[in-house]
Design a protein around this ligand. Structure first.
Ligand code: ADP
Ligand code: MG
Length: 352
């Protein structure tokens, strides 16, 4: 098969995407697929059909491409990378290369890849791609709209207040400290903080608003944290995330450390509750209209299982949760990438 792995982009998660894109590329090449690894923002030099075709290869990418830079990127820093004077998300020849593929593996993370706009662009250009479509991607990406869907579907989730400015006092809210403040559209815990008293509230909202025009203030749910990935109807075993110090922030997510533990299949968990969380993940996935694959984050305490958010393009770095859960279910990394592609191709077959 001819596959484009589309990664990079211009979101704050660009570096994470570049790294997991290289890993996905190598995994698919190890399976014998001809894969073009494309940085969607910088584009590629390919000015003839022959040059486009030459990008599809089975030779592995350099291992150094797998390393994630820990620099937090800003829009200015990202824009400065492209020096050819062109504008827009897609760099030169990106759509042309995508149109030469049987399917595009969506290796983008963060707003550009997850909010549905790239999916719309690919749909209009008759390019097949992995993951959910435009509407579900946008809903899953926006934590405010996701929550409204959760409420309508009786999916338990933390109470929240959405704000576009930081002039906010805890007395305006119907819940008390501690609270979690996050960008409505964001990911990888970037711009997210746990707020313990009034003095931190305003600055936390200001921080979250650096990453999106809207911030969510949520009640803090004390509980065990799990994440549940699925491909179609196949729900993998949950993974429990245990952080010895602090919480599951950007550093814990992407930088190798020995204070974050991932336990899958979960231990010391009633199998009936595990099954309920798996069913909840599938219900959440379907409520948002997601297809192909995804991952649902859950906090569990004695009041129930709270859905924090759904991820329409879950991370695929070695620390990421979906690859670990799949491995716990006997599916290795390369098989996982291939399953995602085959599942979406089957979906296209059934939804012509
Ligand atoms: N309401 C909440 N109560 C407690 N912890 C939370 C809450 N919301 C988020 N968190 C913590 O913050 C992390 C990131 O939040 P999440 O909503 O999943 O955003 P992201 O898209 O950045 O992953 C979660 O993995 C969890 O550890
Ligand atoms: Mg999350």
């Amino acid at each position: 098969m001819k596959i484009v792995v589309l990664s990079g982009g211009r979101s704050t998660e660009r570096n994470v995407s570049l790294s997991s894109g290289a890993r996905i590329t190598n995994a698919l090449r190890s399976k014998g697929h001809k894969v073009a690894y494309v940085d969607s923002f910088l584009g590629v030099d390919a000015n003839s059909d022959a040059e486009v075709d030459a990008l599809f290869t089975t030779d592995p990418e350099d291992e150094s491409k797998l390393i994630i830079s820990d620099e937090v990127l800003t829009t200015e820093k990202i824009n400065a990378l492209r020096t050819d004077g062109t504008r827009g998300l897609f760099g030169k020849n990106v759509m042309r290369v995508c149109q030469a593929a049987d399917i595009v593996y969506m290796g983008l993370h963060g707003e550009d890849g997850e909010n549905g706009k790239v999916q719309a662009m690919l749909d209009l250009n008759e390019v097949k791609y992995t993951g959910s479509g435009t509407l579900a991607s946008g809903l899953a990406m926006d934590k405010k709209f996701s929550k409204e869907i959760f409420f309508q579907n009786n999916i338990l989730t933390a109470k929240y207040f959405a704000t576009k400015n930081s002039e906010i006092k805890s007395s305006d809210l119907e819940f008390d400290f501690p609270m979690v403040v996050k960008p409505a559209n964001g990911g990888s815990s970037v711009g997210t903080s746990i707020v313990r008293d009034e003095s931190e509230l305003k600055s936390s909202v200001q921080e979250a608003l650096k990453f999106d025009g809207e911030a969510l203030i949520e009640e803090f749910i004390e509980g065990r944290e799990f994440s549940i990935g699925l491909i179609d109807q196949r729900v993998f075993p949950a993974v429990e995330i245990v952080v010895d110090t602090g919480w599951y922030d950007f550093e814990h997510k992407f930088i190798e450390n020995n204070v974050t533990h991932f336990i899958t299949p979960p231990e010391n968990l009633d199998p009936a509750i595990h099954k309920q969380m798996q069913d909840l993940a599938l219900k959440t996935f379907e409520a948002l209209g997601m297809v192909n694959y995804g991952r649902v984050d859950v906090l569990l305490n004695d009041k129930g299982a709270y859905v924090i958010e759904a991820n329409s393009l879950p991370g695929m770095t070695p620390l990421s949760l979906l690859p670990r859960e799949a491995a716990a279910d006997g599916v290795d990394y390369a098989d996982l990438c291939e399953m995602i592609i085959n599942s979406k191709l089957a979906w296209y077959e059934n939804n012509k």
